[in-house]
Design a protein around this ligand. Structure first.
Ligand code: OGA
Ligand code: MN
Length: 235
């Protein structure tokens, strides 16, 4: 076999073996790769510490104020409250506090990066604080009906301190389009600052009964649904 032609000047770094520079933290690439390969990605400790602390302070305060409404299930037009499926209290994030604005600022580069890597056209983002009281849970579900395109990629950010297995409350993830009898592919403990990404239409998931108060943010990116009868906002 003929050796490759070398073009480097004598003494200069060999161009064939110069490593491609990678960013210090290539987790964005890992997340995109995981999503492409299996539809979900788990990133422990991904939310920066100061942002985690600010969001935790806000969710604690809201919880103390009993500001969280009982969450329902289904789309806006099929809203229902069914405690046999889900027991959570949620509070929508509207950017009305510095912590929420910092969270949106953190999420935006993720959107751009995932759009570049996966070409999935994520357009806008909505999120809510979610508190699961002791005994709280969420049965196996998808975050969006396949083809509805109202939610494309889901994100869950945990705001607890450390978590231990005896507290329950694990996020259970099944393979894309798994049947009811398929085994789960992961069971993740909701450690603070951990972030889970899941394709909303195809990755079934559930929250096991929690034995301690469980604090999280659930978020979704949607695609642009502008059409003849509707114009999505630009921002
Ligand atoms: C949801 C959800 C998972 C979690 O809010 O839709 O699936 O771990 N949350 O809190
Ligand atoms: Mn969900």
């Amino acid at each position: 076999m003929t050796p490759p032609v070398r073009t480097g000047l004598p003494g200069a770094p060999d161009p064939f073996y110069t490593p491609i520079p990678v960013p210090e933290d290539n987790r964005l690439g890992t997340i995109a790769g995981d999503i492409a390969a299996q539809g979900w990605s788990w990133q422990p400790g991904f939310l920066p510490d100061d942002l985690t602390a600010a969001l935790r302070a806000e969710i604690f305060a809201r919880d103390a104020e009993q500001d969280l409404a009982m969450a329902g299930i289904g789309r806006e037009d099929a809203f229902q409250l069914d405690r046999s499926v889900r027991l959570t209290r949620i509070s929508w994030m509207d950017g009305s506090s510095p912590a929420q604005r910092a969270f949106f600022d953190w999420a935006e580069p993720l959107r751009k990066s995932l759009n570049r890597a996966l070409m999935i056209g994520l357009f806008d983002f909505e999120s809510c604080y979610a508190v699961y009281p002791e005994g709280g849970f969420y049965d196996r579900h998808l975050d969006s009906f396949e083809g509805a395109r109202n939610r494309v990629l889901s994100l869950v950010v945990y705001l607890n301190d450390d978590w231990t297995d005896d507290k329950g409350g694990a996020l259970v993830i099944w393979p894309e389009r798994a049947s009811e009898t398929d085994a789960p592919s992961a069971r993740l403990l909701p450690h603070g600052a951990g972030v889970a990404f899941m394709l909303s239409e195809t990755v079934p998931h559930a929250v096991e009964v929690t034995h301690a108060r469980r604090y999280a943010i659930a978020g979704w990116w949607r695609v642009n649904q502008s059409g003849d009868t509707r114009v999505d906002p630009i921002s």
